[in-house]
Design a protein around this ligand. Sequence first.
Ligand code: RB5
Length: 142
Amino acid sequence: MKVSIGSDHGGYELKLEVIEHLKKRGFEVTDVGTDSPASCDYPIYAKKVTEDIQSKNADLGILICGTGIGMSMAANKEPGIRAALCHDTFSAKATREHNDANILCMGARVVGPGLALMIIDTFLDTPFSNDERHIRRISMYS
Ligand code: RB5
């Protein structure tokens, strides 16, 4: 599976840990930046990850900023993107099963790295349910 990941300065350190974890797990990872802890604008990186999803350069995406909120707002403006802000494993599992979320957003100032990796693993390992009722509901907003 191919994963595109981006962050701003608030998520930069966590992004590095996530990339190392994902590579150990055998995922093909595209890191769209940011490339340093210097202050930057999160919508730039949200846009790059959404483009990777839209072009099918990635199957799923991960966006990390300080809260995850700005990233999720920016990503959800883009066609075909269903970005879910999750800080617990229940939501990460449910949003894949019910919403077929294609981007996970997280706040590095909200969760520690241990929980963040568990949430990411849950998100990436959970398939969409393909239930008719969920397909119908997603089609009402996608
Ligand atoms: C940057 O200071 C911060 O605003 C950003 O990381 C994010 O939390 C925005 O939603």
